[in-house]
Design a protein around this ligand. Structure first.
Ligand code: GDP
Length: 301
């Protein structure tokens, strides 16, 4: 079994009790443990460095209270620091004042975009909304078919539309997006969730397409879907998508796996965009609004 961060710190601080104050010397081993734990949890190096500096600043000079163990004090400092980075409260989901609100799903292939689109529809339905789904992935018929299955399983409406060739002046992707928006308006759907084509990596064609969709649909949310298991890669692609599109939130999927979730911290720190939801399984209801506190507890073990 791995020793979790709390246990490691307990061990490190065993001899500290009753020593008076926390000093640069007696905290260095603890900081080393915290640094390792954060790196093992996929928190990126820049974030780790800044966090460690902050923790050192806050901790040094702290009186080691006789009643409270120094470990508990340090753990509280680390905990508060990580929650601070993640943003204290659960970020709100944004709707536009003029329905339908458009939610643009962004992310790499395999990140869980289509599954998440369905989960989001189910979550919105529970909240009394009438979401419509559309896939503008014109490159992979299987992806559109998958969204249709997902839509059926959660009982959400879907716009299928006709595919075919690009027409003069209007690429197929844009035509589908426009038609779906019109359809949502006509049917009184207050939210349109747009599942987009993913690629294996970032490429300019994908980014151009996403930018065009953004301009066309004026989405209230651009949600970047990231696979928590991919750690540092998720952070890099979030950064690339954010630079091009200005993402408004992040969904971290596959949190039912053994990823500690440090990617949440790094993505938040690198993009400034809050993590809004976690995916915790393959089923439509394995989805929850993000609470910074829970991830921090998970990172700290
Ligand atoms: P897309 O290519 O980004 O649209 O990804 P998919 O939605 O097709 O998901 C890729 C795979 O990841 C599928 O097998 C999904 O069932 C699975 N998946 C998606 N979200 C989660 C999650 O939160 N937990 C787990 N365990 N699997 C997930």
């Amino acid at each position: 079994m791995f020793e979790n961060l709390q246990e490691k710190l307990q061990r490190t601080f065993k001899n500290l009790r009753g020593q008076g104050t926390i000093t640069d010397e007696n905290i260095s081993e603890a900081l080393r443990e915290i640094r390792l734990a954060l790196l093992e949890s996929d928190v990126n190096l820049t974030v780790v460095k800044a966090t460690i500096d902050h923790i050192r600043e806050k901790a040094i000079g702290t009186q080691v209270a006789t009643a409270l163990s120094p470990t508990e004090q340090i753990i509280k400092i680390v905990h508060d620091e990580l929650v601070e980075i993640l943003g204290k409260d659960t970020a709100k989901f944004k709707f536009s004042s003029q329905p339908p609100s458009v939610i643009l799903m962004a992310g790499l292939q395999g990140s869980g975009k289509t599954t998440t689109a369905g989960k989001l529809a189910a979550w919105l339905k529970k909240g009394g909304h009438r979401p419509m789904l559309v896939s503008v992935d014109v490159y992979r018929p299987a992806a559109r078919e998958q969204l249709a299955i997902v839509a059926k399983s959660v009982g959400a409406q879907i716009y299928i539309g006709k595919t075919g060739d690009d027409e003069a002046g209007t690429p197929l992707v844009e035509r589908l997006a426009k038609e779906a928006l019109r359809e949502a308006r006509n049917f009184g759907n207050d939210v349109l969730i747009v599942d987009t084509a993913g690629r294996l990596g970032i490429d300019t064609a994908l980014m151009d397409e996403m930018s065009k969709l953004k301009a066309l649909l004026n989405p209230s949310e651009i949600l970047f879907v990231a696979d928590a298991m991919t750690g540092q890669d998720a952070v890099n692609s979030a950064d690339a998508f954010h630079k091009q599109l200005g993402i408004t939130g992040v969904v971290l999927t596959k949190m039912d796996g053994d990823a500690r979730g440090g990617a949440a911290l790094s993505i938040r720190n690198v993009t400034g965009a809050p993590v809004k939801f976690l995916g915790t399984g393959e089923k439509p209801d394995a989805f929850e609004p993000f609470h910074p506190d829970r991830i921090v507890s998970r990172i700290m073990g």
